[in-house]
Design a protein around this ligand. Structure first.
Ligand code: NAD
Length: 365
Protein backbone atom coordinates (compact mmCIF):
# COMPACT_ATOMS: atom_id res chain seq x y z
CA UNK A 1 0.00 0.00 0.00
CA UNK A 2 1.34 3.48 -0.86
CA UNK A 3 1.67 6.16 1.83
CA UNK A 4 3.04 9.70 1.81
CA UNK A 5 5.22 10.36 4.86
CA UNK A 6 6.50 13.91 5.32
CA UNK A 7 10.06 14.05 6.64
CA UNK A 8 10.99 16.97 8.89
CA UNK A 9 14.52 16.25 10.10
CA UNK A 10 14.93 19.74 11.63
CA UNK A 11 18.16 20.66 13.41
CA UNK A 12 21.14 19.10 15.17
CA UNK A 13 20.85 15.36 15.84
CA UNK A 14 17.27 15.57 14.50
CA UNK A 15 18.80 15.15 11.03
CA UNK A 16 21.05 12.28 12.09
CA UNK A 17 18.36 10.17 13.78
CA UNK A 18 15.58 10.85 11.26
CA UNK A 19 17.81 9.47 8.49
CA UNK A 20 17.81 6.14 10.37
CA UNK A 21 14.06 6.25 11.04
CA UNK A 22 13.53 6.69 7.31
CA UNK A 23 15.83 3.76 6.44
CA UNK A 24 13.87 1.51 8.76
CA UNK A 25 10.59 2.58 7.14
CA UNK A 26 12.11 1.82 3.72
CA UNK A 27 13.03 -1.65 4.93
CA UNK A 28 9.50 -2.18 6.28
CA UNK A 29 8.19 -1.25 2.84
CA UNK A 30 10.45 -3.87 1.23
CA UNK A 31 9.65 -6.65 3.70
CA UNK A 32 5.87 -6.08 3.80
CA UNK A 33 5.29 -4.98 0.21
CA UNK A 34 4.37 -1.35 0.86
CA UNK A 35 5.58 1.78 -0.86
CA UNK A 36 6.41 5.11 0.80
CA UNK A 37 7.02 8.53 -0.63
CA UNK A 38 9.09 10.86 1.58
CA UNK A 39 8.68 14.55 0.64
CA UNK A 40 10.93 16.68 2.89
CA UNK A 41 10.19 20.00 4.59
CA UNK A 42 12.14 22.52 6.65
CA UNK A 43 11.45 23.71 10.19
CA UNK A 44 13.30 25.32 13.10
CA UNK A 45 16.72 26.95 12.83
CA UNK A 46 17.25 25.72 9.26
CA UNK A 47 13.93 27.25 8.19
CA UNK A 48 14.70 30.55 9.96
CA UNK A 49 18.06 30.79 8.19
CA UNK A 50 16.47 30.11 4.80
CA UNK A 51 13.15 31.96 5.08
CA UNK A 52 13.09 33.99 8.30
CA UNK A 53 10.19 31.83 9.50
CA UNK A 54 10.43 28.80 11.85
CA UNK A 55 7.56 27.04 10.04
CA UNK A 56 7.19 28.33 6.46
CA UNK A 57 3.81 28.04 4.73
CA UNK A 58 5.25 25.59 2.18
CA UNK A 59 6.14 23.20 5.03
CA UNK A 60 2.67 23.48 6.52
CA UNK A 61 1.08 22.78 3.14
CA UNK A 62 3.32 19.74 2.72
CA UNK A 63 2.39 18.42 6.19
CA UNK A 64 -1.33 18.89 5.55
CA UNK A 65 -1.12 16.86 2.36
CA UNK A 66 0.76 13.95 4.00
CA UNK A 67 -0.58 10.84 5.72
CA UNK A 68 1.95 10.96 8.58
CA UNK A 69 4.98 13.03 9.63
CA UNK A 70 8.37 11.83 10.88
CA UNK A 71 9.96 14.71 12.76
CA UNK A 72 13.47 15.00 14.28
CA UNK A 73 14.06 17.99 16.58
CA UNK A 74 14.56 21.75 16.46
CA UNK A 75 17.04 23.97 18.27
CA UNK A 76 20.38 25.75 17.97
CA UNK A 77 22.78 27.03 20.65
CA UNK A 78 22.49 30.57 19.28
CA UNK A 79 18.91 30.85 20.57
CA UNK A 80 19.51 29.08 23.90
CA UNK A 81 22.16 31.66 24.77
CA UNK A 82 20.15 34.67 23.61
CA UNK A 83 16.55 34.53 24.86
CA UNK A 84 15.84 37.96 23.33
CA UNK A 85 15.88 36.69 19.71
CA UNK A 86 12.28 37.21 18.51
CA UNK A 87 12.13 34.39 15.92
CA UNK A 88 13.00 31.04 17.53
CA UNK A 89 13.14 27.40 16.34
CA UNK A 90 10.64 26.10 18.92
CA UNK A 91 8.01 28.51 17.55
CA UNK A 92 7.95 26.24 14.50
CA UNK A 93 7.19 23.25 16.68
CA UNK A 94 4.46 24.97 18.69
CA UNK A 95 2.87 26.40 15.54
CA UNK A 96 2.92 22.98 13.87
CA UNK A 97 1.16 21.36 16.86
CA UNK A 98 -1.47 24.13 16.99
CA UNK A 99 -2.08 24.37 13.22
CA UNK A 100 -2.44 20.60 12.84
CA UNK A 101 -4.60 20.28 15.98
CA UNK A 102 -2.20 17.76 17.54
CA UNK A 103 -3.56 17.91 21.06
CA UNK A 104 -2.57 14.51 22.45
CA UNK A 105 1.06 13.50 22.82
CA UNK A 106 1.47 9.79 23.56
CA UNK A 107 4.76 8.80 25.16
CA UNK A 108 5.12 5.10 25.86
CA UNK A 109 7.75 4.51 28.54
CA UNK A 110 8.83 1.06 27.54
CA UNK A 111 11.79 -0.56 29.22
CA UNK A 112 13.63 -3.18 27.22
CA UNK A 113 14.86 -5.82 29.69
CA UNK A 114 18.21 -5.73 27.91
CA UNK A 115 18.67 -2.14 29.15
CA UNK A 116 17.93 -2.74 32.83
CA UNK A 117 21.56 -1.93 33.59
CA UNK A 118 21.62 1.29 31.55
CA UNK A 119 19.39 3.23 33.91
CA UNK A 120 20.57 4.98 37.03
CA UNK A 121 17.55 3.42 38.79
CA UNK A 122 17.92 0.00 40.44
CA UNK A 123 16.83 -2.94 38.19
CA UNK A 124 14.51 -4.41 40.86
CA UNK A 125 12.51 -1.16 40.87
CA UNK A 126 12.43 -0.87 37.11
CA UNK A 127 11.71 -4.42 35.94
CA UNK A 128 8.20 -4.65 34.44
CA UNK A 129 7.61 -0.87 34.30
CA UNK A 130 5.34 -0.01 31.36
CA UNK A 131 3.69 3.42 31.34
CA UNK A 132 1.78 5.26 28.65
CA UNK A 133 1.85 9.03 29.12
CA UNK A 134 -0.76 11.30 27.56
CA UNK A 135 0.62 14.83 27.57
CA UNK A 136 -1.83 17.55 26.53
CA UNK A 137 -0.09 19.48 23.76
CA UNK A 138 -1.95 22.56 22.64
CA UNK A 139 -2.85 24.37 25.87
CA UNK A 140 -1.24 25.45 29.18
CA UNK A 141 1.50 28.04 29.71
CA UNK A 142 2.89 27.35 26.24
CA UNK A 143 -0.16 28.87 24.57
CA UNK A 144 -1.61 31.18 27.25
CA UNK A 145 -1.12 34.92 27.11
CA UNK A 146 2.50 35.90 27.63
CA UNK A 147 4.28 39.16 27.93
CA UNK A 148 6.46 41.60 29.81
CA UNK A 149 5.67 44.72 31.79
CA UNK A 150 7.35 47.08 34.20
CA UNK A 151 10.01 47.88 31.57
CA UNK A 152 10.87 44.20 31.16
CA UNK A 153 11.41 43.66 34.88
CA UNK A 154 8.28 41.50 35.09
CA UNK A 155 7.29 38.66 32.75
CA UNK A 156 4.33 36.30 32.69
CA UNK A 157 2.96 33.21 30.92
CA UNK A 158 -0.65 32.43 31.68
CA UNK A 159 -1.46 28.81 32.56
CA UNK A 160 -4.84 28.28 30.95
CA UNK A 161 -7.06 25.29 30.20
CA UNK A 162 -10.52 25.09 28.66
CA UNK A 163 -12.93 22.26 29.51
CA UNK A 164 -12.96 20.91 25.95
CA UNK A 165 -9.18 20.58 25.91
CA UNK A 166 -9.16 18.45 29.05
CA UNK A 167 -12.22 16.45 27.96
CA UNK A 168 -10.79 15.31 24.63
CA UNK A 169 -7.45 14.13 26.03
CA UNK A 170 -9.20 12.49 29.00
CA UNK A 171 -11.26 10.37 26.60
CA UNK A 172 -8.11 9.29 24.77
CA UNK A 173 -6.45 8.29 28.07
CA UNK A 174 -9.47 6.32 29.37
CA UNK A 175 -9.90 4.55 26.03
CA UNK A 176 -6.21 3.59 26.02
CA UNK A 177 -6.48 2.28 29.60
CA UNK A 178 -9.23 -0.09 28.47
CA UNK A 179 -6.74 -1.77 26.15
CA UNK A 180 -4.14 -1.92 28.94
CA UNK A 181 -4.39 -2.39 32.72
CA UNK A 182 -7.59 -0.35 33.25
CA UNK A 183 -5.98 2.36 35.33
CA UNK A 184 -5.57 6.11 34.76
CA UNK A 185 -3.47 8.43 36.91
CA UNK A 186 -4.21 12.10 36.36
CA UNK A 187 -1.48 14.55 37.39
CA UNK A 188 -2.15 18.16 38.34
CA UNK A 189 -1.47 20.76 41.03
CA UNK A 190 -5.07 21.20 42.13
CA UNK A 191 -4.10 22.17 45.67
CA UNK A 192 -2.66 25.45 44.32
CA UNK A 193 -3.68 26.14 40.71
CA UNK A 194 -7.14 27.12 39.46
CA UNK A 195 -6.45 25.62 36.01
CA UNK A 196 -5.57 22.34 37.76
CA UNK A 197 -8.85 22.40 39.68
CA UNK A 198 -10.68 22.66 36.36
CA UNK A 199 -8.45 19.86 35.00
CA UNK A 200 -9.33 17.57 37.94
CA UNK A 201 -13.07 18.30 37.78
CA UNK A 202 -13.26 17.54 34.05
CA UNK A 203 -11.17 14.36 34.41
CA UNK A 204 -13.52 13.16 37.16
CA UNK A 205 -16.58 13.91 34.99
CA UNK A 206 -15.15 12.04 31.99
CA UNK A 207 -14.05 9.22 34.32
CA UNK A 208 -17.72 8.56 35.20
CA UNK A 209 -18.21 7.41 31.61
CA UNK A 210 -15.54 4.75 32.16
CA UNK A 211 -16.63 3.12 35.44
CA UNK A 212 -14.59 0.01 34.65
CA UNK A 213 -11.34 2.07 34.69
CA UNK A 214 -9.76 2.98 38.03
CA UNK A 215 -8.98 6.70 38.28
CA UNK A 216 -6.47 8.19 40.73
CA UNK A 217 -5.04 11.68 41.08
CA UNK A 218 -1.52 12.75 41.97
CA UNK A 219 -0.06 16.18 42.59
CA UNK A 220 2.80 16.82 40.18
CA UNK A 221 5.42 17.23 42.91
CA UNK A 222 4.53 13.87 44.50
CA UNK A 223 4.33 12.29 41.06
CA UNK A 224 7.89 13.39 40.27
CA UNK A 225 9.00 11.34 43.26
CA UNK A 226 6.72 8.29 42.82
CA UNK A 227 7.53 7.94 39.14
CA UNK A 228 11.07 6.82 39.87
CA UNK A 229 10.33 5.35 43.30
CA UNK A 230 7.56 2.95 42.18
CA UNK A 231 7.29 3.14 38.37
CA UNK A 232 5.40 -0.18 38.16
CA UNK A 233 2.44 1.42 39.99
CA UNK A 234 1.47 3.39 36.88
CA UNK A 235 -0.34 2.35 33.72
CA UNK A 236 -1.84 5.29 31.80
CA UNK A 237 -0.84 8.77 33.02
CA UNK A 238 -2.63 11.87 31.74
CA UNK A 239 -1.38 15.37 32.42
CA UNK A 240 -1.08 18.91 31.10
CA UNK A 241 1.48 20.30 28.70
CA UNK A 242 4.08 21.65 31.16
CA UNK A 243 3.87 18.85 33.73
CA UNK A 244 3.96 16.26 30.93
CA UNK A 245 7.02 17.88 29.37
CA UNK A 246 8.97 17.62 32.62
CA UNK A 247 7.70 14.24 33.85
CA UNK A 248 8.38 12.45 30.57
CA UNK A 249 11.99 13.66 30.49
CA UNK A 250 12.28 12.27 34.00
CA UNK A 251 10.62 9.05 32.85
CA UNK A 252 13.25 8.69 30.12
CA UNK A 253 15.48 7.41 32.92
CA UNK A 254 13.11 4.44 33.28
CA UNK A 255 13.80 3.60 29.62
CA UNK A 256 17.53 4.13 30.06
CA UNK A 257 18.06 7.26 27.96
CA UNK A 258 16.40 10.15 26.16
CA UNK A 259 17.57 8.39 23.02
CA UNK A 260 15.10 5.54 23.63
CA UNK A 261 11.83 7.42 23.98
CA UNK A 262 9.45 7.71 21.04
CA UNK A 263 6.29 9.76 20.84
CA UNK A 264 3.17 10.20 18.76
CA UNK A 265 1.18 13.42 18.56
CA UNK A 266 -2.35 12.94 17.37
CA UNK A 267 -5.52 14.95 17.04
CA UNK A 268 -8.09 15.18 14.36
CA UNK A 269 -5.81 15.22 11.31
CA UNK A 270 -2.38 13.88 10.33
CA UNK A 271 -0.26 12.20 13.04
CA UNK A 272 3.24 13.42 13.96
CA UNK A 273 5.91 11.03 15.21
CA UNK A 274 9.09 12.17 16.93
CA UNK A 275 11.69 11.25 19.53
CA UNK A 276 11.10 13.12 22.79
CA UNK A 277 14.65 14.46 22.82
CA UNK A 278 15.85 17.75 21.39
CA UNK A 279 18.60 18.68 18.95
CA UNK A 280 21.35 17.82 21.50
CA UNK A 281 24.01 20.39 20.60
CA UNK A 282 26.54 18.64 22.81
CA UNK A 283 26.70 15.59 20.48
CA UNK A 284 25.60 17.07 17.13
CA UNK A 285 27.90 16.11 14.25
CA UNK A 286 29.69 13.42 16.22
CA UNK A 287 27.58 10.63 14.72
CA UNK A 288 26.94 9.07 18.13
CA UNK A 289 23.27 9.95 18.69
CA UNK A 290 21.01 7.04 19.50
CA UNK A 291 18.55 6.64 16.59
CA UNK A 292 16.28 4.15 18.39
CA UNK A 293 13.81 6.80 19.60
CA UNK A 294 13.29 7.88 15.99
CA UNK A 295 13.04 4.25 14.84
CA UNK A 296 10.51 3.46 17.60
CA UNK A 297 8.59 6.62 16.63
CA UNK A 298 8.38 5.20 13.10
CA UNK A 299 6.93 2.01 14.65
CA UNK A 300 4.28 4.09 16.43
CA UNK A 301 3.42 5.67 13.09
CA UNK A 302 2.91 2.27 11.47
CA UNK A 303 0.55 1.23 14.25
CA UNK A 304 -1.38 4.43 14.98
CA UNK A 305 -1.59 6.25 11.63
CA UNK A 306 -1.67 3.23 9.31
CA UNK A 307 -3.13 0.55 11.63
CA UNK A 308 -0.29 -1.86 10.70
CA UNK A 309 0.25 -3.72 13.96
CA UNK A 310 2.34 -6.50 12.46
CA UNK A 311 4.75 -4.08 10.80
CA UNK A 312 5.03 -2.03 14.02
CA UNK A 313 5.73 -5.14 16.07
CA UNK A 314 8.39 -6.24 13.57
CA UNK A 315 10.26 -2.96 14.13
CA UNK A 316 10.04 -3.19 17.93
CA UNK A 317 11.15 -6.82 17.78
CA UNK A 318 14.11 -5.90 15.56
CA UNK A 319 15.19 -3.24 18.09
CA UNK A 320 14.82 -5.74 20.91
CA UNK A 321 16.93 -8.32 19.08
CA UNK A 322 19.68 -5.82 18.32
CA UNK A 323 19.81 -4.93 22.02
CA UNK A 324 19.68 -8.60 22.99
CA UNK A 325 22.69 -9.17 20.71
CA UNK A 326 24.54 -6.74 22.95
CA UNK A 327 24.78 -3.75 20.59
CA UNK A 328 24.50 -0.31 22.19
CA UNK A 329 24.97 3.35 21.35
CA UNK A 330 27.12 5.27 23.85
CA UNK A 331 24.17 6.67 25.84
CA UNK A 332 22.84 3.20 26.70
CA UNK A 333 26.16 1.42 27.16
CA UNK A 334 27.35 0.62 30.66
CA UNK A 335 30.72 -0.19 32.14
CA UNK A 336 30.38 -3.86 31.08
CA UNK A 337 29.72 -3.08 27.40
CA UNK A 338 32.73 -4.12 25.28
CA UNK A 339 34.06 -1.22 23.19
CA UNK A 340 33.40 -3.00 19.88
CA UNK A 341 29.68 -3.32 20.76
CA UNK A 342 29.25 0.46 21.09
CA UNK A 343 27.89 1.62 17.74
CA UNK A 344 27.56 4.95 16.03
CA UNK A 345 24.20 6.25 14.76
CA UNK A 346 24.48 4.80 11.25
CA UNK A 347 25.71 1.40 12.47
CA UNK A 348 22.81 1.10 14.92
CA UNK A 349 20.46 1.88 12.00
CA UNK A 350 22.25 -0.79 9.91
CA UNK A 351 21.69 -3.37 12.67
CA UNK A 352 17.95 -2.69 12.93
CA UNK A 353 17.57 -2.78 9.13
CA UNK A 354 19.52 -6.06 8.93
CA UNK A 355 17.40 -7.57 11.68
CA UNK A 356 14.21 -6.57 9.87
CA UNK A 357 15.51 -8.10 6.66
CA UNK A 358 16.53 -11.17 8.70
CA UNK A 359 20.08 -10.79 7.44
CA UNK A 360 23.10 -11.40 9.69
CA UNK A 361 24.18 -8.21 11.42
CA UNK A 362 27.47 -6.93 9.93
CA UNK A 363 28.70 -3.89 11.80
CA UNK A 364 30.72 -1.33 9.82
CA UNK A 365 31.80 1.72 11.82
P1 NAD B 1 18.18 17.39 24.47
O1 NAD B 1 17.05 16.44 24.54
O2 NAD B 1 18.57 17.84 23.13
O3 NAD B 1 19.47 16.71 25.19
C1 NAD B 1 19.49 16.39 26.57
C2 NAD B 1 20.66 15.42 26.84
O4 NAD B 1 20.32 14.12 26.34
C3 NAD B 1 21.94 15.83 26.13
O5 NAD B 1 23.04 15.54 26.94
C4 NAD B 1 21.97 14.96 24.89
O6 NAD B 1 23.25 14.68 24.41
C5 NAD B 1 21.25 13.69 25.37
N1 NAD B 1 20.51 13.08 24.25
C6 NAD B 1 19.34 13.52 23.74
N2 NAD B 1 18.98 12.75 22.71
C7 NAD B 1 19.93 11.80 22.58
C8 NAD B 1 20.12 10.72 21.68
N3 NAD B 1 19.24 10.45 20.69
N4 NAD B 1 21.21 9.95 21.83
C9 NAD B 1 22.10 10.18 22.79
N5 NAD B 1 21.98 11.19 23.70
C10 NAD B 1 20.91 12.00 23.58
O7 NAD B 1 17.81 18.62 25.40
P2 NAD B 1 18.60 20.00 25.66
O8 NAD B 1 20.07 19.76 25.66
O9 NAD B 1 17.95 20.59 26.85
O10 NAD B 1 18.23 20.93 24.43
C11 NAD B 1 19.02 21.05 23.25
C12 NAD B 1 18.21 21.83 22.22
O11 NAD B 1 17.08 21.08 21.81
C13 NAD B 1 17.67 23.18 22.72
O12 NAD B 1 17.83 24.13 21.70
C14 NAD B 1 16.20 22.90 22.98
O13 NAD B 1 15.41 24.05 22.84
C15 NAD B 1 15.90 21.88 21.92
N6 NAD B 1 14.77 20.95 22.22
C16 NAD B 1 14.00 20.62 21.17
C17 NAD B 1 12.99 19.69 21.35
C18 NAD B 1 12.18 19.29 20.15
O14 NAD B 1 12.51 19.67 19.04
N7 NAD B 1 11.14 18.49 20.33
C19 NAD B 1 12.79 19.11 22.60
C20 NAD B 1 13.64 19.46 23.65
C21 NAD B 1 14.65 20.39 23.45
Amino acid sequence: MKKVIALLPGDGIGREVTAQGKRVLEEVAKVFGHSFEFPEGIIGHEAIEKTGNALPDETLTLLRSSEAILFGAVGHPKYDNDPSLPVRPEQGLLKMRKELGLYANLRPIRLFDELLGASSIKPEILRGADILFFRELTGDVYFGEKGKKNEGKTAYDVMIYHEYEVERIAHKAFQAARARKMKVTSVDKANVLESSRLWRRVIQEVGKQYPDVTLEHEFVDAMAMKLIQQPRRFDVVVTGNLFGDILTDEASQIAGSMGMLASASVGDTVGLYEPIHGSAHDITGKGIANPLASILSAALMLEISFGWKEEAEAVVKAVKQVLASGYRTADIADSDTPKEMILNTQAMGDCVVAQLARKPIAVIQ
